[in-house]
Design a protein around this ligand. Sequence first.
Ligand code: SAJ
Length: 432
Amino acid sequence: MKSDVKPTVCVVGLGYIGLPTAAIIARSGCRVLGVDVSQQVVDTINRGEIHIEEVDLDGLVQGVVARGLLSASTQVSAADVFVIAVPTPFGPDHEPDISYVLAAGKAVAPVLKPGDVVILESTSPVGTTEALRDMIAEARPDLKCPGRTSETPDISVAYCPERVLPGHILKELIENDRSIGGITPRCARKALAFYKLFVRGTCVVTDSRAAEMTKLVENAYRDVNIAFANELSIVSDRMGLDVWEVIRLANRHPRVNILSPGPGVGGHCIAVDPWFIVHGAPEETPLIRTARGVNDGKMHHVVAKADALVAAYPGAKVACLGLAFKANIDDFRESPARFVASRLARKYGARIHIVEPYAGELPIEFTDTGASLIDIDTALEECEVMIVLVDHDVFRVVPLAERAGKVVYDTRGIWPDHPVAAADAPGLRLAS
Ligand code: SAJ
């Protein structure tokens, strides 16, 4: 990679991370080929359109495709830098599945040439970057690979995880600090030079294993802290306390910052990545494992409590507010809200009304349940019971006057002003 010429880049995997990354790199002036196994995804992007929702991504992709800086294909082509952003799911026993990473390595290996840089961005168990390097070394014995030669290697291999928040991806891709983990220090320097082309945050150089663990630790840290909040909510319930009040007061301590309880932890990162640490050190991770159990358990706690509430108001119309895995996004995958709402729909059928401003129709599991999708105004006019599952802004701003007579189960704490009353009185708020 010569410093005065922009490298050509191949991004493998055009999902929630790969596509925004490819578009941002293209905007920096590099010619980018995006590769995906789905012909439909490739066709969509080549039309200048997008297949995922992310703030401002549509205009960005349209622009870089129109300028000829980004194109897509199902086939990998020669480039100077390869960025791999493919899924790393887990199996039935929570064991990490790195087969997509290795498949990407296999696809990239035949087109590699001396001087190329291969960067893995997918969240990965410790050692995956070395496994990727080994896979390339086996496929290309003609190339000297880093860590496997005493001479100057022909290629560089590094691990550089993303840490962007859905809904803020384009901003955070540029502004967040990054860990750049090389198989060798030379690999890290090569990857660093690439990220400097489009990242404004500080890029901190380390080795690939430390960078892999850092990514897992960040999400496990958040999971453990959310678990603490969720456990507090269940304890407060048991003791007849308002958990939101307790957390608000505790957080006035200068060194206490408790996160928010909710109906459980959703998304594809925080509920998954801690298992990669547990799998790597099963005997040494009781806390991380327990946190996962607490957060999954919270989902079932909410189902039981919502079920009891709906049963206690026979004949009442019930509104479930939100299906997304968190506020203000249209991502319904791995969503605790969706889990809770679908359980209620299956049991109570047409009494259940779903309000989800980010959905055009209900997900498949609601088919034939009798549940319906309505807007927030209809819910406020017609439903006596409201179960808040997602803290979308559009719900948060509903004034007390419009919901004063409702029975509310607020799993997100968005309506702290809602009156708490005796269990059989209207205007009840269940707090956690
Ligand atoms: N949640 C709570 N209470 C809270 C915060 C979150 O219940 O106080 C819930 C959310 O409702 C949601 C889940 O946790 O269901 C995860 O949401 P999130 O906003 O904490 O995180 P994600 O999954 O959208 O993104 C995370 C981020 N990681 C960290 O904040 C450490 C992001 O920076 C990562 O890039 C992303 O995972 C990833 O791709 O790994």
